[in-house]
Design a protein around this ligand. Structure first.
Ligand SMILES: [Zn+2]
Length: 309
């Protein structure tokens, strides 16, 4: 399952490749993934230009602006309250890839957006230098999802923060809002184990099973400790290592962005060197003690019993 660093990597890859392109056709081949794909997707985003791509938790947000708005509003402020925002979640097996026009649709390709360079003369340049594109060849953005746990839905800028998918989300670990003080407040009186606490998206978003194990190892904290038992020193260390772990993984992913644009859809996820995750029975890189695996909340946790207390 893609975790936060993979989703961040996908967002950065998309930003480099499709920002400023215009949606010239929308092909939808499935009625439903985890939820229904909006029946009016085509109507809402056709002839819109991609103005911004960002990650929110593990969702990919593709902001769009009507080309008419782009023509009339050249001051750079292209995001109107009603500007559509395409929300994508990769689910368990979803992939977004960029293909060229000659691409033949494959099994499980559920949505294909055809994208073109703006045909509006200098509009893109007026709007923002970042939107400057001259791409005469068509580009396809393909969403493939064999297991159909992904999400493709639509909202607008005005309703984005109150959207049902985002209303109850916890702290974003790579945003400024993620502070030691806030982490400490979350852990106070919480008697659940720290591993499952970290994975609770209503508290902190985007720390899945892999990075929870990795961040705890790097912090020297045993996964079975209760969240409330963490000392101020533990919390400070954990706060730092959550950020470092995620950023390291994003950097590892960053090196494969070229491959991404070649559309094989791979992220740095597979290249990232895990310190404990998936290493049961192998020696700890720090102390040579064999890494152990336990099951917490139905998920495997990996840890070193000597390094983590
Ligand atoms: Zn160790």
């Amino acid at each position: 399952m893609p975790e936060l660093p993979e989703v961040e990597t996908v967002c950065r890859g998309l930003s480099e490749n499709i920002l400023g392109l215009n949606v010239s056709s929308v092909e939808v081949y499935a009625e439903k993934l985890r939820d229904f794909i909006p029946a009016d997707l085509n109507k809402k985003i056709l002839n819109h230009t991609i103005t911004k791509i960002e990650r929110k938790a593990k969702y990919i947000l593709i902001h769009l602006a009507a080309n008419m708005d782009l023509q009339t509003n050249g001051d750079g402020n292209v995001l109107e309250p009603r500007s559509p925002v395409l929300i994508i979640h990769l689910g368990m097996s979803g992939r977004l890839t960029i293909q060229d026009e000659a691409y033949q649709r494959k099994k499980h390709d559920h949505v294909i957006l055809k994208l073109n360079g703006l045909q509006l003369g200098t509009v893109a340049e007026r709007v923002s230098p970042r939107l400057r594109r001259t791409n005469d060849r068509g580009t396809l953005l393909v969403f493939n999802d064999a297991r159909r746990f992904g999400v493709i839905t639509l909202t607008d800028l005005e309703n984005l923060s109150q959207h049902k998918l985002f209303r109850k989300l916890g702290l974003e670990p790579l945003a400024r809002e993620f502070t030691v003080a806030k982490l400490k407040a979350l852990f106070k009186n919480r008697n659940k184990n720290i591993k499952n606490t970290l994975m609770d998206a209503s508290l902190i978003v985007g720390i899945g099973n892999i990075y929870a194990s990795e961040a705890l190892f790097r912090s020297g904290i045993h996964p079975e400790r209760t969240a409330s038992s963490l000392t101020d020193k533990d919390i400070k260390k954990l706060h730092e290592q959550i950020i470092v772990t995620l950023e390291d993984a994003i950097r590892a992913g960053g090196s494969t962005l070229k491959d991404f644009s070649k559309a094989n859809g791979e992220s740095g996820y597979f290249q990232y060197q895990f310190k404990v995750y998936g290493r049961e029975g192998l020696p700890c890189f720090t102390c040579k003690t064999l890494i152990e695996r336990i099951v917490q909340g139905g998920r495997s946790s990996f840890f070193c019993s000597k390094c983590q207390k």
